[in-house]
Design a protein around this ligand. Structure first.
Ligand code: HEC
Length: 219
């Protein structure tokens, strides 16, 4: 019964460590599922990421208040000229630049010196009369909201028609005022029709213009 196994070689004089060295030399097999993938897969992933970053960088525009706009020039050309700003907005800007120092932020003017534009029928009445006032100015006595003023309102002839229509529209629709938009053409026509250099007097304005446009004539 005490047979020696076949593979036992009595002449083998190596020590136990030497005989088992082969076992320790073998690298451990990686665990299933944790084997590294094929190299081409890494190349594909890397290339995809590179393309992704490139794409985002190229087509997402810039860091700006209009980040979605790529190549502004091309976009603008395809969109045509910039749409005109609404007159009210144009006018608000002009008012702040040119009028606010006298007629004030609240449109109430300065008691005894600069007349109010709020609730003034000169403002909300006949737009042609308002255009005439803005283009050529006024001096001498003028009654506004029941009070008499006697100062000089400069002429604004040098402003563009669009700016004038804007400011007229703005003052007709601020501080509780509510009246029609004044069209740019109203100023174009007024310049053609009225040939004068001197500022108006209240009397001249009353002779030349009706306080209101005839009803139905929306100008
Ligand atoms: C230097 C001060 C001054 C500036 C700037 C000025 N105004 Fe006047 N404005 C006056 C005075 C003063 C009168 C009254 C004139 C008079 O007494 O004859 C007046 C009168 C008016 C009137 C008619 C009266 C009324 O109160 O309704 C209107 C409308 C008007 N201004 C609009 C404007 C607008 C719009 C601007 C800006 C584009 C402007 N003014 C800038 C001083 C000014």
């Amino acid at each position: 019964m005490n047979q020696t196994p076949e593979f036992f070689d009595a002449s083998d004089k190596r020590s136990m460590e030497e005989i088992h060295a082969a076992v320790f030399r073998e690298a451990k097999l990686p665990e299933e599922g944790a084997e590294p993938g094929p190299a081409w897969l890494y190349v594909v992933i890397f290339a995809t990421l590179c393309f992704g970053f490139f794409y985002i960088g190229r087509y997402l525009g810039e860091v700006s208040d209009r980040p979605h706009v790529l190549e502004e020039g091309v976009m603008m050309a395809s969109m045509g000229p910039e749409p005109p700003q609404p007159l009210f907005k144009v006018g608000e800007k002009i008012y702040r630049q040119r009028c606010v120092s006298c007629h004030q932020e609240n449109g109430l003017g300065v008691e005894g010196t600069y007349p109010p534009l709020a609730q003034s029928s000169w403002v909300t009445g006949n737009p042609e009369r308002l255009a005439a006032i803005l283009l050529y100015g006024i001096n001498g006595n003028i009654t506004v909201n029941g009070k008499v003023y006697n100062g000089n309102m400069p002429a604004w002839e040098n402003l563009k028609d669009e700016q004038l229509a804007g400011v007229a529209t703005y003052i007709r629709n601020s501080w509780g005022n509510s009246a029609d938009t004044v069209r740019v053409e109203t100023f174009v026509e007024a310049r053609k029709k009225i040939k004068r250099v001197a500022p108006w007097t209240e009397q001249e304005l009353n002779e030349m213009f009706k306080p209101q446009l005839a009803s139905g004539a929306k100008k």
